[in-house]
Design a protein around this ligand. Structure first.
Ligand SMILES: Cc1cc2nc3c(=O)[nH]c(=O)nc-3n(C[C@H](O)[C@H](O)[C@H](O)COP(=O)(O)OP(=O)(O)OC[C@H]3O[C@@H](n4cnc5c(N)ncnc54)[C@H](O)[C@@H]3O)c2cc1C
Length: 813
């Protein structure tokens, strides 16, 4: 038994877990000069999941910032030996990804286009080149491949040891064989840890405990949605003929191949992945593994022999099955937790922790030192999940499916099958009867489109027009030309009330929210650096009462932002489930509503941008005149229990107008035609109001607010160094989703952040940041723009304003 080391009495930062992530954070903190950094490892360094990783280190990730961090991992692993004297085993060997279907080929082509905008060199290659790069491969059925020359592989244990050695060289202390039993908190702040050997105080606590992280955090009320799954590979006997070669991914079979010291490692992401409850992880787990169920893996082994026939003549030396923790969306869980101060997490690595480790260590160290991340990391932010997505039943259902999805097709609009129906609108069943096809966001089921004309309410996925294209075209045009109704009960809704409600909320909002009751304010919440933390509507429903609405995807984040920043005598309530919300939009919206309300809806009486308590269909509602789709329309907030009757009455009143049920896909294309931004896709906390084209919403002369100084100085500096621009393809055929390169005068200048088909403008539309300084409307007018779709460039019109009704006249009819 290993000897126990002594526990220091206090630390500046204590890191729980000595896997690659904990060691990388310690290395980066210590290297930055942070004193008293201590890593506590319950057994031995790397003994959890790190030791048995296959060691693939990919360059290309799904977002630009994650890709930037991955590139940094490569550089670091290549240079650590020189810095620490400990070899990492890192090698730049390249990677190949195979396509066996036209759809996969398009996916890889789109990936290659995305790579170019994220600064990663890649090329599509034919089978001749494939065979040169991968001798022995059977190319039958392969119709193309993506080659990334600079991808790498590393030795996970050696790399972690190099990070640990570096951390110690810079002054960090690493203590093995001490288990943290509990995180200590005082007044909602982490203040240290309790271990088998007593307690240790710390200014900051970082949890990098791999698959143990959920249980550790749960003890202090932080629910981390991660769950271990079994993860397999086999390693062959020596294969004397095996030359050095790139990593090979055969996505359609779910398999990867890695040559390692003359042997072949074959691993996979099986579609029927198996979860692994913590009860299966032994208390003294240390370099442990599970038995390998041959029946479960047989098909993958057979398939690998077809792709690489030399395996048929080789024995298998190791059958490996070990646990790794995964998350519901296959992305890490990072950052400070809102529930407990001075407590950071870095876990849920989804079988990518070795590749991610270097970059994540740097990201986390910077975040801990500066208080904010160095780039847009929202996709991995620990605040992104709704509380229903942190429940045990949900993670056990969803996470194995998420693992199985890793090598599956990443279809646009893809919907998971498991863990559904957690949150439903009160009108869900009624809309389902009427043909709604639901999609899930943050656990909430939302009608995305309505089945009509004999089409089933089920997605048939494609990169081209999917089965619902015509349905949503009808919905889109109904809003533009007639009237449509849609359910947006998924909105996060927060009520703020009390004597200090106005001043407290004004401090959070960049817009002026002090206008009298009945006013609506579209505003952003900024951080100290002027970055956009949230994009919300503030409805003043009474003198001392406000209703905030924002997207379900950011509800946890927005809630905690308010909790942290509202000061004074003010009450904050989450009323999301108390109210349903129906929107009625389109040129005939007034006529339909007039049939069910005595309220005067005339343009002069019910002004755009105002709201009031009103009776609609005999029910008291908050009725506000606003539009996210750019038409005449109202949003109706109604007590949940009365929403079905209200919807039935509205649909009855709409019958003579042929009012159409609208899904959220149409809402998305309608808002894109208008150029309305979506927080989390188009804008985020790394973008300021000027860059986002939203500076008109801020009112720095009216009042002080969080981020005001930063905004004023950004405004004083003139035109932003990058700006959000709208695009419309000139060719009506191709479809845009997001992450397509934007080309200006032949150079890549950015990428799309959202894209849909604009049915009223007759082509795909998108928006995205163009990273060119001094980008005025004139410059745009005189430039040639293209958008690259699956390696082909299509000419596009560009505009700083939306393509549909840029003067916003229709909303004010
Ligand atoms: C079969 C397989 C193949 C893989 N292949 C790859 C690959 O090719 N590329 C890639 O990038 N990734 C791969 N991975 C994933 C990679 O191994 C993980 O993502 C990574 O190791 C996670 O590192 P970690 O530091 O978060 O977790 P861990 O390595 O599990 O470290 C967490 C540590 O915390 C310690 N700990 C837990 N609780 C406590 C406590 N209470 N007190 C003190 N210490 C505690 C544990 O003992 C453990 O050492 C693979 C994983 C598997 C299973």
């Amino acid at each position: 038994m290993a000897e126990k080391q002594t526990l220091p009495s206090k630390a500046n930062v204590v890191i729980i877990g000595g896997g690659i992530i904990g060691c990388s954070i310690a290395y980066h903190l210590a290297k930055q000069g942070v004193k008293d950094v201590v890593v506590l490892e319950r057994k031995q360094l790397t003994c959890g999941t790190t030791w048995h990783a296959a060691g693939l280190v990919s360059m290309l990730w799904p977002t630009p910032f994650l890709t930037q961090l991955a590139k940094y991992s490569h550089q670091l692993y290549a240079s650590l030996e020189e810095e620490t004297g400990q070899a990492t085993g890192y090698r730049e060997i390249g990677s190949l990804s195979l396509a066996r279907t036209p759809e996969r080929l398009e996916e890889l082509q789109r990936t290659s286009s995305m790579a170019s905008v994220f600064g990663v060199e890649s090329q599509m290659i034919n089978n001749e080149r494939l065979t040169q790069l991968y001798p022995g491969i059977d190319t039958q059925g392969v119709i193309g491949a993506l080659y990334i020359e600079k991808d790498g592989q590393t030795n996970p244990i050696d790399t972690t040891m190099a990070l640990a050695k570096g951390a110690k060289l810079y002054g960090a202390k690493i203590v093995e064989n001490i288990k943290v039993e509990e995180i200590l908190t005082e007044s909602g702040q982490a203040v240290g840890v309790k271990t088998e050997q007593g307690s240790m105080m710390a200014n900051k606590v970082v949890l990098a405990g791999g698959l143990w992280s959920r249980d550790i955090a749960a003890k202090i009320g932080v629910d981390l949605p991660l769950y271990a799954c079994e993860h397999f590979y086999v390693v062959t006997e020596d294969m004397p003929q095996l030359s050095k070669r790139p990593v090979l991914r055969d996505f359609d079979k779910g398999i990867y191949f890695k040559e390692d010291a003359g042997k072949m490692l074959v691993g996979w992401f099986e579609h029927n992945a198996r979860g692994c409850p913590m009860s299966r992880i032994a208390e003294d787990f240390c370099f442990d593994e599970f038995p390998c169920d041959l029946e479960h893996i047989e098909q993958y082994l057979m398939n690998s022999m077809e792709t690489f026939p030399p395996l048929q003549e080789t024995g298998i030396r190791t059958f490996f099955n070990g646990p790794e923790s995964f998350t519901p969306d296959n992305l890490h869980l990072l950052g400070p937790t809102p529930e407990v101060g001075n407590f950071y997490v870095a876990c849920g690595l989804n079988s990518k922790g070795i590749g991610a480790g270097g970059g994540l260590g740097k990201l986390m160290a910077d975040w801990i030192v500066k208080g904010y991340p160095a780039g847009d990391i929202w996709e991995c932010d620990v605040r992104r999940h709704h509380k229903v997505q942190r429940q045990q039943a949900y993670i056990e259902a969803r996470i194995p499916e998420a693992l199985g999805h890793t090598y599956a097709m990443h279809w646009p609009f893809y919907q998971y099958q498991s863990g559904r129906d957690l949150l439903q609108s009160p009108v869900h069943a009624l809309l389902q009867e009427q043909g709604a096809c639901f999609g899930e966001v943050a656990g909430f089921e939302r009608p995305n489109w309505f089945a009509r004309d004999g089409i089933k309410a089920q997605y048939q996925y494609s990169y081209k027009r999917q089965n619902w294209f015509e349905c949503y075209a009808q919905e889109h045009m109904a809003v533009r030309e007639n009237v449509g109704i849609y359910d947006i009960s998924s909105f996060a809704k927060f009520e703020i009330s009390g004597p200090d409600a106005v001043s407290a909320l004004q401090w959070v909002c960049a817009g002026d929210i002090t206008a009298p009751a009945g006013s609506l304010t579209y505003t952003q919440w900024l951080n100290e650096r002027g970055g956009i933390e949230a994009d919300v509507t503030v409805s003043r429903t009474g003198d001392d009462r406000f209703l905030i609405t924002s997207g379900i995807g950011s509800s946890t984040r927005d809630w905690w932002h308010l909790k942290k920043n509202l000061k004074g005598d003010v009450q904050l309530r989450d009323v999301s489930a108390d109210y349903a919300c129906l929107a009625i939009q389109g040129p005939n919206a007034r006529a339909v509503l007039e049939g069910v309300t005595p309220t005067n809806l005339d343009a002069a009486d019910f002004l755009f941008g105002t709201g009031r308590w009103a009776i609609v269909a005999g029910v008291e509602v908050w009725l506000q005149r606003l539009s996210y789709v750019g038409e005449l329309g109202w949003e109706i907030f109604v007590a949940s229990e009365q929403s079905i009757n209200l919807l039935i009455a509205l649909q009855q009143a709409g019958k003579s107008f042929d009012m159409c049920n609208i899904g959220l896909h149409a809402v998305n294309s309608l808002r894109l035609e208008k150029g309305f931004r979506h927080w989390g896709h188009d804008i985020g906390d790394q973008d300021n109001l000027l860059q986002a084209g939203l500076s008109f919403t801020a009112k720095p002369d009216a009042s002080d607010f969080l981020g005001r100084d930063a905004f004023v100085s950004q405004k004083g500096a003139g035109i932003a160094e990058r700006r959000i621009v709208q695009f419309k393809l000139n060719d009506p055929e191709p479809l845009l989703y997001h992450n397509e390169p934007i080309i200006m005068n032949g150079d890549i200048v950015g990428y799309t952040t959202s894209g849909m088909y604009g049915h009223s403008v007759g082509a795909a539309i998108a928006m995205g940041f163009v990273n060119v300084p001094q980008l005025t409307a004139d410059v745009i007018k005189n430039a040639d723009f293209e958008i690259e779709v699956a390696k082909t460039r299509f000419s596009a019109r560009a505009s700083l304003r939306g393509f549909y009704d840029p003067g916003n006249l229709r909303m004010k009819l």
